[in-house]
Design a binder for this molecule. Structure first.
Ligand code: PEP
Ligand code: MG
Length: 639
């Protein structure tokens, strides 16, 4: 019996969870604070990390420290006893107050801008929990598990393939081919026969393959590392679908990962992410190209220490200046917000120019064409927004798994371009294989320096049977609209003369066979300093400056080597001087000169290009509005 006024000690149970937000996690000081607080209650208090972690006694500092709970992890509390609810409430509050640690200092991580943009948000790391260990070692069962997982990963990739544009599908096809290749899969099945479980056998096998790619000298091959790692993880995820569940994407997520394979990029819902930061990657990789073409801010080669940032860490993704800023100070946040609204104002101002013709200094009309490397791009642009097509990179037609395209396949594709352009000029570049764009069975293997080897028009002249088919398709399509044929990597006048002779011969052959044909204009890209310096010596109907290559050949700095990125400088006086010389020759001879390298799509490069005398540019479609805006601005400033 209890006396009146005394309270009955009722046993109660309570639970709750909170995320650790302080930078260094549940280290010594917060652990002591937490256990001291827990001891104030008579209830038994337990805690664990995540919903499936092991429970530990929240009153034991040894146990709490032993959890090694880090920032971003979810702490679960559970109490039993008369004051259980109060105990859980107090512990949750302490966790939410960051254990009274105060806010961490601002940290900056340097990176390279792969796709320009700016965002304020929180870190969201991909969670694809994949089990590498465990599983049966019974060979028959393990074998069929791996077979099913490979088939499942293939189906996922095939699904993505149907929904993807051309550039993306090339990468997906590459992955699918790898999965089909028994050279990759057999060693894994062999390891299963020797007694390994499926996940372990698969991981070991792919990792061995990966090591070779990682160590490759060539940046292009190194870039494939992420495609292979993605393949490995897809199969592992299929082996254990429960573990592969994704977490919810928080508001303002900034994707942070070691690397991001293109297939993964295509799967992510970018409307939920404000941008991405990768510790690896390279500006020239496929994923960087995808991010640029879709306007997703992306930093690559971010300082490795950023890898310590956990989910939920507040960040500024400065893909203008090349920094990831964590725990930004108030003033950094203020200036970030200012820059974001300045960007937005600029974007709106630029949008006004999208549908207008570009007018530069003194009312001069500047033509702005688009570059096409993937026919799907055309579905996203209204031809009225540009002056036509200034560059078609026909390489993708030749890279398909079906082998080289015949004359008819090429003709049908070129016809699509001409129909899209509705009377505007369409400049189609003949095959530019070689260098960083090898095509199996066509480009030479084992060249010590492929950029200086048999590439571009050199290759076409060396393989006349392939070149003539392309010339015939181009001569046929020229009947349908203003088609201009452009030769890549021309170095000496003889190359242009030879190509003109072959084109004229094919026009004659087709005409003799009664096939409608027209001799199109024949022009050249200026990508080699020798051609830029002697432009007047070429009998070209027009010129288009390929600054991507012109810069690398002028500066002796490979376009795909991050180690010499500082030398690969579009604004270097020598590069601008070569551009000015070609523009001057065009003006003096009345021939059209444009520039179709990436430089033309960079709004900050427009002023020097116009000052060098250019009156035509060819840009990536997403840059149209900004480039036209930059042209108008330059006109206003220099009037
Ligand atoms: C260039 O070199 O600037 C160019 C447009 O060609 P590509 O980038 O295809 O080599
Ligand atoms: Mg080029």
């Amino acid at each position: 019996m209890t006396s009146p006024g005394s309270s009955i000690a009722v046993n109660e149970a309570a639970e709750g969870a909170a995320v650790i937000n302080n930078h260094s996690g549940l280290h010594a000081r917060p652990a002591v604070k937490l256990t001291k607080l827990a001891k104030r209650f008579s209830a038994a208090v337990r805690m664990r990390i995540g919903p499936h972690g092991d429970w530990v006694d929240a009153k034991s500092v040894v146990k709490v420290m032993g959890m090694r709970a880090a920032m971003g992890e979810m702490l679960y509390f559970s109490a039993d006893g008369p004051d259980a609810a109060n105990a859980v409430q107090a512990l949750l509050e302490l966790t939410r107050r960051d254990f009274d640690e105060g806010s961490p200092a601002e940290r900056q991580f340097k990176g390279q801008v792969a796709s320009s943009g700016f965002a304020v948000g929180v870190i969201a790391r991909p969670v694809r929990a994949i089990a590498i260990r465990g599983g049966t070692i019974e060979p028959k069962i393990a074998r069929s598990q791996l077979e099913r997982a490979i088939a499942c990963a293939s189906r996922d990739l095939e699904g993505l393939l149907t929904a993807s544009d051309r550039m993306a599908s090339e990468i997906l096809e590459f992955q699918l081919e790898f999965l089909k290749d028994t050279k990759l899969t057999e060693p894994a099945f062999e390891a299963i026969t020797q007694g390994s479980a499926a996940a372990e056998a698969w991981t070991r096998t792919v990792d061995r393959e990966l090591a070779g790619y990682r160590a490759a000298d060539n940046e292009y091959f190194r870039a494939r590392t992420s495609d292979l790692a993605d393949l490995r993880d897809r199969v592992l995820a299929a082996l254990n679908p429960d573990a592969a569940a994704e977490v919810e994407i928080p508001e303002g997520a900034v994707y942070l990962a070691e690397d991001l394979p293109p297939s993964r990029f295509l799967e992510l819902d970018w409307s939920k992410y404000r941008g991405a930061a990768l510790l690896g990657g390279s500006v020239a990789s496929h994923v960087s190209m995808l991010a640029r073409s879709r306007g997703v801010p992306l930093l690559v080669q971010v300082a490795p220490e950023a890898g310590e940032l956990l989910n939920g860490a507040p960040v500024i993704l400065d893909a203008e200046g090349g920094h990831l800023v964590a725990y930004a100070s108030g003033s950094s946040l203020q200036s970030a917000q200012k820059r974001i609204s300045a960007r937005e104002t600029k974007r709106q101002a630029a949008d006004f120019y999208r549908t207008l013709p570009a007018i530069g200094r003194g009312g001069q009309r500047i033509r702005v064409y688009i570059n096409v490397e993937d026919p799907e791009q055309l579905t996203r642009v209204d031809p009225a927004e540009c002056d036509g097509i200034g560059l078609v990179r026909t390489e993708f037609l030749f890279r398909g798994v079906q082998g080289l395209p015949d004359e008819e396949t090429q003709f049908q594709f070129y016809r699509r371009l001409v129909e899209w352009a509705r009377g505007r000029p369409v400049t189609i570049r003949t095959l530019d294989a070689g260098g960083d764009k090898p095509i199996a069975g066509l480009t030479p293997e084992n060249e010590t320096n492929p950029f200086l080897g048999v590439r571009g028009v050199r290759l076409s002249l060396a393989r006349p049977e392939v070149f003539r088919q392309q010339l015939r398709a181009l001569a046929r399509v020229a009947v349908l609209g203003p088609v201009r044929v452009m030769l890549p990597m021309v170095t000496v006048p003889g190359e242009l003369e030879k190509a003109r002779e072959m084109l004229a011969e094919e026009v004659d052959n087709l005409t003799r066979d009664g096939i409608p044909t027209r001799m199109p204009e024949l022009g050249m890209m200026v990508e080699v300093p020798a051609a830029a310096l002697t432009a007047a010596a070429f009998d070209a109907d027009f010129y288009s400056i390929g600054s991507n290559d012109l810069i690398q050949y002028t500066m002796a700095a490979s376009r795909d080597c991050s180690g010499v990125a500082n030398l690969y400088d579009a604004r270097n006086g020598a590069v601008l001087e070569l551009i000015a010389r070609v523009a001057a020759h065009g003006a003096a001879s009345g021939r059209d000169v444009s520039l179709c390298g990436e430089m033309a799509s960079d709004p900050t490069a427009i002023a020097p290009l116009l000052d060098a005398g250019l009156t035509a540019l060819s840009v990536t479609p997403v840059a149209l509005a900004q480039v036209k805006f930059a042209i108008a601005e330059h006109g206003r400033k220099t009037e």
